[in-house]
Design a protein. Structure first.
Length: 255
């Protein structure tokens, strides 16, 4: 069974094209081909379908192998590109190979044509498989990275929620403890004034306040009267406490 080969042939000589096709068919290939002679024709054929291989003459009246290679580079196509030309210098052959051609053959010696095509088709398939693997790995890594970011955000949100719940529980326990302690103090006294300093101390210590003051409304004079204050022993604010001792604030007066 013949091997299908979709060939894009860059050649201006009908006779040379016939010889190439004969060599390929003799080598076991079933050829589907298009022949082009200028860049616009090559671009049109590339737009119309997929190709397995490009065989190009080195130089045509209005096109060249170098220009054809540039067309492939511009389209980021990785196709086996074999130059089959008449007698040219070794330097020219090296130049076209450096430009991206995969092999260089002489038209009067096509013995290596079939082995060259077979080799380049295998290597092109290997490169394509490598690209597919790399793209699959890239997508897998991107998906994994996205999943990690999503899980990280979920964990951070859960941690924030737990932290808020813990803090709320702590403050709730402090409020309950404070209420209990104040109730105990009130049960031992008949007047808030008598235990005001103790109540204030309990509240400040339980709620971690550095400073607290109690002011009560004096109904006889219709004003706020300073009762007591408490402050943490770690801070020095005795001057502030002294300044409000026995202070009365009447309506419309700033403190």
């Amino acid at each position: 069974m013949r091997t299908p080969l979709r060939l894009l042939l860059i050649e201006d000589s009908e006779d040379d094209m016939v010889l190439l096709l004969y060599a390929l068919r003799s080598g076991g290939y079933q050829i589907t081909y298009e022949r082009v002679e200028i860049a616009s024709e090559m671009e049109a054929r590339l737009d119309e379908g997929e190709w397995d291989c490009v065989i190009a003459d080195y130089f045509l009246p209005r096109f060249s192998a170098f220009e054809a290679l540039q067309v492939l580079r511009d389209r980021e196509l990785d196709l086996p590109f074999i130059v089959v030309s008449g007698a040219i210098g070794e330097d020219t052959a090296v130049s076209v190979m450096k430009a991206g051609a995969h092999d260089f053959l002489l038209k009067d010696n096509l013995i290596r044509l079939i082995p060259a095509i077979e080799r380049e088709l295998r290597e092109a398939a290997t490169r394509a498989a490598k690209r597919e693997t790399e793209e699959a790995l890239r997508q897998a890594y991107a998906g994994l990275e996205e999943l990690v970011q999503q899980r990280t955000q979920e964990l951070e949100a859960t941690n924030r929620s737990l932290q808020a719940e813990i803090e709320e529980r702590i403050w709730s326990e402090r409020r309950m403890a404070t209420q209990y302690q104040i109730a105990q103090l009130l049960s031992q006294s008949t007047s808030l004034r008598d235990i005001a300093s103790l109540v204030l101390k309990v509240m400040c210590q339980n709620f971690e306040w550095d400073l607290g003051q109690i002011w009560l409304v004096d109904p006889q004079i219709q004003a706020l009267r300073f009762i007591t204050s408490w402050h943490s022993p770690n801070i020095a604010i005795s001057h502030l406490v002294t300044s409000v001792d026995n202070q009365i604030v009447k309506p419309g007066t700033g403190m």
